[in-house]
Write a protein that binds this ligand. Sequence first.
Ligand SMILES: NC(=O)C1=CN([C@@H]2O[C@H](COP(=O)(O)OP(=O)(O)OC[C@H]3O[C@@H](n4cnc5c(N)ncnc54)[C@H](OP(=O)(O)O)[C@@H]3O)[C@@H](O)[C@H]2O)C=CC1
Ligand SMILES: O=C(CO)COP(=O)(O)O
Length: 338
Amino acid sequence: MIKKVAVLGAGSWGSILANLLDENGQSVRLWSYSPAQVTELNEQHTNQRYVPDFHYSETLTAYSDLSQAITGADVILFVVPTKAIREVAQQVTAVLAKTHDQPIIVHASKGLEQDTHKRLSQVLAEEIPAELRQAIVVLSGPSHAEEVARRDITLITAASADETAAELVQQLFMNDYFRIYTNTDVVGVELGAALKNIIALGAGALHGLGYGDDAKAALMTRGLAEISRLGVALGANPLTFIGLSGVGDLIVTATSVHSRNWRAGNELGAGQDLKTVIDTMGMVIEGIPSTKAAYELAQQQNIEMPITEAIYDVLYKSADIKEVIPQLMRREGKPEIQ
Ligand SMILES: NC(=O)C1=CN([C@@H]2O[C@H](COP(=O)(O)OP(=O)(O)OC[C@H]3O[C@@H](n4cnc5c(N)ncnc54)[C@H](OP(=O)(O)O)[C@@H]3O)[C@@H](O)[C@H]2O)C=CC1
Ligand SMILES: O=C(CO)COP(=O)(O)O
């Protein structure tokens, strides 16, 4: 089953997923809006800024023209940062309106849209009319480009209301080191993905501040409790949060040195200012905008999310990171399960 797949976004995750699909024998076109990056990928087969010292498959071809990249595609995989999803979807729709292709739309990004607080599949459904696409599938789970690049074992989830489409995406990606499970709970999978980044920022901050393993385990556990609380209020299946895209992704992002969110938190905890952390990371730190979206959603839904609120105060209200932790600890005692 060879499929034509267009991958949009040639940062670390998009380029490594494109490379994996190419190795799996799919016909892949990788799109980047940076012509210099396209030239580097096609001529050197490298992407030094995002995945240093990795040699990409020589059959993988990159494009800077979106129309060339997506025309005739069976599947279009979005892997641009959350803030760019709507804008890129609008560009895709303009092309599909001319070609009348009806691809399956997949995204592997992790976040919530600022202002609207929408999940990314909702944004894609709004921007790409139903007659120009088939199902929408979400790809999410504990996975760092750096580890997939070296063919380390990785397991993630393909979620869709359309089980046939999720199974097709599962087959496209599966190989000896990359295993995919399907799930029909799109809401839970997308919320697990977006919200775990906030807790990863907190886990990094604890590390930077010098706290130990007990504190990190506590943060992850109570973080999962508040992720689940908001998720269930928004219609997710609670069991999704103990799966790959829930606790699985929380564990990897809150403990891995590969995680941009963990690293950003660690630098903040060690005393670096937020602007410097963002400017020097050079890659997207999705947890920062997601903290604002989740905080506002929790307020709207009247859901208690004390950790998210504390991180919001540090990121958006200049609260002192050293003071928010004792404040969290001194909250009124309560039952563990409510
Ligand atoms: N990295 C990983 O291991 C994983 C990442 N993800 C998710 O995948 C998504 C992408 O992350 P990642 O690949 O790490 O991000 P990177 O920061 O590595 O790359 C993002 C890419 O998108 C490009 N981009 C930025 N804005 C636009 C735009 N408006 N239009 C088109 N392209 C744009 C960037 O270009 P430029 O830098 O030139 O602006 C860059 O090439 C995120 O939501 C992340 O949470 C999910 C799982 C694993
Ligand atoms: O989603 C990820 C791991 O599953 C990537 O996390 P970071 O964006 O923090 O690197």
